[in-house]
Write a protein that binds this ligand. Structure first.
Ligand SMILES: [Zn+2]
Length: 154
């Protein structure tokens, strides 16, 4: 029999192998890779055992190649930058984010002028250990009224 089908990956016409009457991908290497990719994606979604086995195999591989990802990140700056940006987004969405949230804060007294310890928390959402001492001079309170004793306001 000469059944001709269209490959669902490349769209080319092909003849299914007699051993695989329901064949949907042609035998081109790229189309077979696509077939395996779709199979794996489908099983990662639907098969908990498969997912666990994959996770264990990947953990073993990482243990055998401890420097692989460090070197990959060092030699692929665009990949690294994209990951950093996505992590920043996740940190910003996380409810326990250390970034100050106006709605979650208890009612504030106006910030008083004085010396404060400042830590950078912007890049990763995780406070860096390095801290500096800064002096903050309050120019106005949250309700907008200027501080009368501020020397710059006179
Ligand atoms: Zn194909």
């Amino acid at each position: 029999m000469n059944t001709i089908r269209r490959c669902i990956a490349c769209g080319c016409a092909f003849q299914p192998r007699p051993q695989v009457p329901s064949q949907r991908f042609c035998s081109a290497a790229e189309c077979q890779r696509e077939r395996r990719r779709r199979w794996q994606r489908q099983h990662l979604r639907s098969d908990a055992d498969y997912r666990d086995n994959q996770a264990r195999a990947q953990a073993k591989w990482r243990a055998r190649h401890p420097d692989y990802w460090r070197q990959y990140r060092a030699t692929h700056p665009a990949y690294r930058e994209r990951n950093c940006a996505m992590q920043r987004e996740r940190n910003a969405r996380r409810s326990s984010s250390p970034v100050a949230n106006m709605d979650a804060s208890p009612p504030l007294h106006p910030l008083a002028s004085g010396f404060y310890i400042l830590r950078r928390a912007v890049e990763t959402g995780i406070a860096k250990m390095n801290a500096c001492t800064v002096h903050i001079a309050v120019l106005s309170t949250p309700n907008g009224s200027p501080i009368r004793d501020c020397k710059e306001m006179t």
